[in-house]
Structures are given as structure tokens and as C-alpha cells.
Design a protein around this ligand. Sequence first.
Ligand SMILES: Cc1cc2nc3c(=O)[nH]c(=O)nc-3n(C[C@H](O)[C@H](O)[C@H](O)COP(=O)(O)O)c2cc1C
Length: 381
Amino acid sequence: MTVPASVSDYRRLARRRVPRVLFDYVDGGAYNELTLAANRDDLDALKLHQRVLRGTSDVDTATTLFGERLAQPVILGPVGLAGLYARRGETQAARAAKAAGVPFCLSTVSICSMEEVAAVGAAPFWFQLYVIRDRGYAIELLARARAAGCTTLVFTVDLPVFATRYRDIRNSMTGGGNWRDRLRKNIEIARHVDWLLDVPLGGGPLTFGNLAQAMPSARNLGAMKGWVDAQIDPAITWRDLGWLREHWSGPIVIKGVLDVDDARAAADIGASGLVVSNHGGRQLDGAPSAISVLPRVVDAVGDKLEVLMDGGVRGGQDVAKALARGAKAVMLGRAWAYGLAARGGQGVAEILDLFRRELTVTMTLLGAARVSDIGNDALDR
Ligand SMILES: Cc1cc2nc3c(=O)[nH]c(=O)nc-3n(C[C@H](O)[C@H](O)[C@H](O)COP(=O)(O)O)c2cc1C
């Protein structure tokens, strides 16, 4: 394949370019991957409602979210370890997002630190925080994010524990396995020469950039992962979130909501938005798809919060379907990660261009000149 046309083409290129352990880490989901599949299946099952002769000659994909203008209703969502897929990967993705006029959201567990990403002029620049036990360190991260120019805080609540991903175990992603497994893994990694030259040889240091100060003695990802695992806090409740509001004056977006009462709780703590998400099928396997839950959540809190969704979004038609079901915008996870793994920052730029072009065509065929024109009637029933 010389010219990738769709997100699945970038996925195929990514599979070739990066070692299998990394491809499976981004591509896979929890346990039997039922929720991972449901995210796609339920989007595919929705049918769009074609309209004709509506004079849609000047389609505009722009929208406004938390006071910021977006060239299209798309955000590069938090993807941990993205810097393993291309040299200083998060900086490359942030540059592509800025050029395309959409926000880049940096994960807590990124390779590049927020300061490194800020230095390339990321804007709009969002930061994602996990629920970590060391409250003092969390508050420090918030202060750093503010100083780095982050406007919006995404607080991810659907990871009180790490779900198992069978693919990662089979690939000895987190160590484990016997010497034969490790040898096989290292031989497989050594076969990916382009990636080896780009990332481990050319793109160091490969550590959790945001967390390095919390664990000065940990010199590599393996050592740091122990700290991260121990920091995940399953005891926190909605009542404990006052400190978050105290230390972050900008918009707070709660990510990982699939329940109407949880959505109301997010509104009650003063969040500005939420993301209907099952973490891309990487946590509760058997949970419903994000697109199927979205309308219920919009009905319950859509007048109080900006409701976003993610999970399975792979093109402009999917964006239109999410908007038709009431989302204000969508987050991309794997779609941009495949682009990064396939072709670095250029790949992310191409993915964002692909989304914009596909959304423009889809809006034209729906007879919707503006993003706000995409309502429930854009779906065929
Ligand atoms: C490799 C990978 C790493 C991720 N890391 C994070 C993370 O650090 N923080 C977070 O809130 N979500 C994380 N997510 C979830 C994404 O933000 C998003 O919810 C999900 O990928 C959406 O589904 P999609 O990949 O089908 O678009 C990750 C997802 C993937 C695929």
C-alpha cells in the first residue's frame, strides 16, 4: 500500500512499522474485547439520513468548546506512552493538532513532559490527570499544567484499577514470561529497524516525562510503572473531588462516564463537561458502547454540561453520528495513535485532514451547513 486512504490503512501501516508488543498495546482491549468491538459495531449500525438540494455549498466544520474555537469537533484524546510510537511522539502530535486547529490532550503517563510539549507551542493544550494517591503530587501536576499553558483539565475516572489485556500478557508487555518469550520478543523488536532508529536510539529518554520528578531514582519505564500502579487510587469518591476544583480554575472534563447518575454527579461537582467513554474498550469488558449510552447522558445533563464521547471513532461519518446523538465533539484515541505509529507527526496531520474532509462531505450529504445543524434528524430510523 503506497497511499493510505482511511484510518484502517494507517492501522495497517502502524502494524508493519512498530514492534508487535506496541501495536497490540494500542490496538487491543480488555479481556475478550467485547466492548472494544461494540464501540465499532454500534457506530456502524447507525444509518445516516441523506438530504438533497439544500444549498449546502459553504459547509463549515468549526465549533466552539469551553470557549475555544475548534476547526472541527475533534480532540486528540489522551493516549499514554504515545512517545513510544514515534520520536518524541507527543510533541509531534501536538504540532499536528495545532496546525489543524484542534486541541491536543496530553496523558498523565506520556513520554514527553508537559513542559516539553508546551515548548513546541501546543495550543489548544489540554492535560489529562488520573486519580492518583499522592494528592500533593497531583496538585503539583495541576500547577505545572497551568504554567505550561493547559487550558482544560480532563480528569479520567474509569481507571480505579488496571483491567487485564490478554494481548499484553501474551506479548510480555509488562515483563514476565520465561527467557524464551523474552528472546522471541527482543528478536521481533529488532526486526523493526526504522522504528528502532527513530524511537529508542534516536528519541530518548523514554520515561514518563510528567512523573520523573516524583521518582528521581527510577531510570526506566519498567521502574516507573511500579510507581504508577501503586498510585492508582480506587478509594476516591465524588465527594473527594472538591480539591480538584480548588486547584484548577479552568474547565474540568470528567472522562469515563457511562451512567446517568454519574453524569449528574459530574454536573454537581461543577465540571464543565464529561466524556462518555469506556476507555476505548480497555477497562470494563462487557460495558455498553459509548455511542449507545450517549443519548441517555445527553438527555440527563446536556443542558448543564458539554457532553463529549469517544470509542471507535474512525472517520468523519462517525463524528457526524456522534453529533447526531448529541455529542458536542469527539475524542480520538487509536485513530491518531495509528497515524503517529505509521508516519509520525505527518501521519497525525494526515489523519486530522482525513477527518475534516470526511466530515465536510458527510455534512454536505446530510444537508447540514454547520456543525450545529447536525441533530437527531441526521440519523435514519
Ligand atoms: C494506547 C492507549 C493509551 C491510552 N491512554 C490513556 C490515558 O493515558 N489516559 C486516558 O484517560 N485515556 C487513555 N486511553 C483512552 C483514550 O483516551 C480513549 O478513551 C480511547 O482510546 C477511545 O477509543 P478509540 O481508541 O476507539 O478512539 C488510551 C487509549 C489507548 C488506545
